[in-house]
Design a protein around this ligand. Structure first.
Ligand SMILES: NC(=O)c1ccc[n+]([C@@H]2O[C@H](COP(=O)([O-])OP(=O)(O)OC[C@H]3O[C@@H](n4cnc5c(N)ncnc54)[C@H](O)[C@@H]3O)[C@@H](O)[C@H]2O)c1
Ligand SMILES: [Zn+2]
Ligand SMILES: [Zn+2]
Length: 433
């Protein structure tokens, strides 16, 4: 089968690989109809999440059809349509049973302390092959697959694999409650989805910070207030917009590949910290293989964190879902301490959130589709990766159409890229689930 394969930092290829087989009783094989490229995948190719094995299939977002199940999987059969949550969890240990699926005690071959397991990541993330392929092996499939009703098509469901659960989780980490003023740092796919989830969780005002005009425009179409960090100092802008107080909550949806502003007052203000950021960048990415303007490592790993701590109000809270891998050692801890901030962070417990998000989509409360700005065919996956990596205008979220039959149901997908109507503009301020 064809799959997107990691060969080295700066080197991914579409490669012919063997089809996966059932290895354990709780495995399933899923024939993938739609996959997607995530900002997390970029960290592996840029070098900011080291430890990948050559030959690893990339990707942790997929919708597909169950092809085969192991004898332990009693709740799915071949032919069932499913979405695959990005992290892998046993469903049995005390962590899983408390909803902390990303901290499962059993999924990692390295034992309970070895960390979160997800598809298509470094060896430290369990060494599992990913889902940008024609077929995927899903361990603990009785827990790791979520069934899809026919009314939720691939274009909607693919965003429920990782992006919306992460956004929902991030908004919860930030402790958003009714009427709060929320800043979303980063307007990539995750940040865009945070706008919708924060609103569903009751946010009163949402301010989005990024440096890319097209992504800020998508945010504006969701009726977020936007701040361009290449035009204004984002901390000052947020303070101005909040009567000098700052926002109640921040969601950091950027992570380790944060960039410095290229111009404007914020760029001027940071000039003295050039050496500090260079040092942080080299610590974050010991190996870098940029190719012109592709696969360039973020040049200010702690900047989104620094801005988050500064733009939040005293005694406010920050939910961090942008990824910071273990080698990252810089966080403005003292500033956060002095402001009595609450900091929560981590890998999404996908399996906890995918089912309720599927029902929100099925019931029409949430339409994630507008976030997909590009559909690429498998044969064009590498070109699509490069355009997404360079953040070319319009390349906000790339779905991979692996199998034509699954891609977009008739009549659906027309709102792709419009960014509008993601939550029908409503502030429903209801329960958290
Ligand atoms: N915690 C989890 O479980 C989880 C799950 C999925 C994704 N993620 C992470 O979320 C992050 C975002 O993912 P994505 O797919 O949206 O990626 P992305 O790379 O497309 O988006 C990042 C956005 O941040 C913006 N940005 C860069 N520097 C900035 C700065 N200094 N201030 C504000 N914005 C800045 C970029 O312009 C871009 O729009 C990544 O780190 C990804 O690994 C985490
Ligand atoms: Zn992801
Ligand atoms: Zn578990």
């Amino acid at each position: 089968m064809k799959a997107v394969v990691w060969h080295a930092v700066g080197d991914i290829r579409l490669t012919d690989v063997p089809e996966p087989k059932i290895q354990e009783p709780y495995d399933a094989i899923v024939r993938i109809t739609t996959s997607a490229i995530c900002g997390t995948d970029l960290h592996f190719v840029r070098g900011t999440m080291p430890g990948m094995r050559e030959g690893r299939i990339l990707g942790h977002e997929a919708v597909g059809v169950v092809e085969e199940v192991g004898p332990g999987v009693r709740n799915f059969r071949p032919g069932d349509r499913v979405v695959v949550p990005s992290t892998v969890a046993c469903g049995t240990c005390s962590y899983c049973r408390a909803g902390y699926y990303a901290q499962c005690d059993n999924a990692h071959p390295g034992g309970p302390q070895a960390g979160t397991v997800f598809f298509g990541g470094p060896e430290a993330a369990g060494g599992l092959d990913g889902l940008q392929a024609e077929y995927g092996r899903v361990p603990y499939a009785h827990v790791g697959l979520v069934p899809l009703p026919d009314t939720v098509d691939d274009a909607q469901a693919i965003l429920l694999s990782d992006i919306y659960p992460t956004a929902w989780f991030g908004a919860e980490l930030a402790e958003i409650s009714g009427g709060d003023t929320v800043a979303v740092v980063g307007a990539g796919p995750v940040g865009q989805a945070v706008i919708a989830c924060a609103r569903l969780q009751g946010a009163g005002r949402i301010i989005v910070v990024d440096g890319l005009a097209d992504r800020l425009e998508l945010a504006r179409r969701q009726h977020a207030e936007t701040v361009d960090f290449n035009a204004e100092d984002p901390v000052e802008a947020v303070r101005d917009l909040t009567g000098g107080i700052g926002v109640d909550r921040v969601v950091d949806a950027v992570g380790v590949d944060a960039q410095r502003p290229s111009h404007g007052p914020a760029a001027d203000a940071l000039r003295e910290q050039t050496e500090q950021f260079d040092h942080e960048r080299d610590e974050a990415a010991p190996e870098q293989k940029p190719d012109g303007d592709t696969w360039v490592v973020g040049d200010a790993p702690s900047l989104a964190a620094r801005w988050s701590v500064r733009m939040v109000a005293k005694a406010g809270s920050i939910g961090t879902v942008g990824v910071y891998p273990p080698q990252v050692q810089h966080y403005p801890f003292g500033e956060a301490f002095m402001k009595n901030l609450t900091l929560k962070m981590g890998n999404c417990n996908h399996r906890r959130h995918v089912p309720h998000l599927v029902s929100k989509v099925a019931s029409g409360r949430l339409d994630p589709t507008p976030l997909i700005t590009h559909w690429a065919q498998t044969q064009d996956a590498i070109t699509a990766y490069e355009a997404f990596d360079r953040r070319e205008p319009g390349w906000t979220k790339v779905a991979l159409s692996v199998d034509e039959r699954g891609a977009v149901a008739p009549g659906m997908g027309e709102s792709a890229g419009t960014g509008s109507a993601t939550t029908a503009g409503t502030n429903t301020a209801t329960t958290n689930e």
